[in-house]
Design a protein around this ligand. Structure first.
Ligand code: VGL
Ligand code: ZN
Length: 194
């Protein structure tokens, strides 16, 4: 099965010190860098998503939403984590840019599905932030679109905005047929196959 890597929203605002900081979020970076290095070395496709909101986005508390202002287009908080090794020329998909619509999934209004299908991708490896929102919704959309999905389980962190979000997300994803593996097991497996 032709694999691709999808790295979700590894942005400054989701990391410690950021506007919507998730505990230990920066700990996903080394494992994702190892996966990025492996996919690049094996010539396998990879895609990056980013949360990319206008200053008046509907999800912000200022507009009655549940989130503090975060990942505002063009601000330092919207940049990728400085240690994330985004390859030059990598394809970046921005989402949540419509002020009136929440868009947790990297597939929502981005063209990611078409980009993956046009490369013959069948299997999506996914990691990043946040496990219980954007990673989950992207994984569920990928299953609906017919992809096999593997979450890099040591390369995700949950925000737990409501108690129990993480456990619910895990159960929902498992019900949808999403699989889980570590980055190192994944890299070993791909090294043998490609
Ligand atoms: C996300 C909360 C708000 C995410 C985005 O990337 O998971 N979470 N916006
Ligand atoms: Zn957001």
């Amino acid at each position: 099965m032709r694999p691709a890597l999808v790295v979700v929203d590894v942005q400054v605002d989701f990391c410690p010190g950021g506007a919507l900081a998730v505990e230990d979020a920066d700990q996903v970076v080394p494992g994702l860098n190892a996966a990025i290095e492996a996919f690049a070395r094996l010539g396998l496709p990879m895609f990056f998503t980013r949360d990319w909101h206008p200053p008046n986005h509907i999800s912000f508390r200022s507009r009655g939403g549940i989130w503090p202002r975060h990942c505002v287009q063009g601000t330092p908080g919207a940049k990728f984590h400085p240690d994330l090794r985004v390859p030059t020329g990598a394809t970046v998909f921005s989402k949540g840019d419509d002020p009136a619509k929440e868009a947790y999934s990297g597939f929502q209004g981005t063209g990611l599905e078409g980009a993956m299908k046009s490369l013959g991708v069948e299997e999506m490896y996914i990691g990043g932030l946040t496990f219980d929102y954007c990673v989950m919704e992207s994984a569920l959309d990928a299953r609906r679109a017919g992809f096999s999905v593997v979450v890099l389980e040591d390369c995700v962190k949950a925000v737990n905005a409501r108690p129990g979000d993480e456990a619910r997300a895990l159960a929902t994803m498992k019900d949808a047929g999403v699989k889980f593996a570590t980055a190192s097991a994944t890299i070993e497996r791909l090294n043998m196959l490609y």
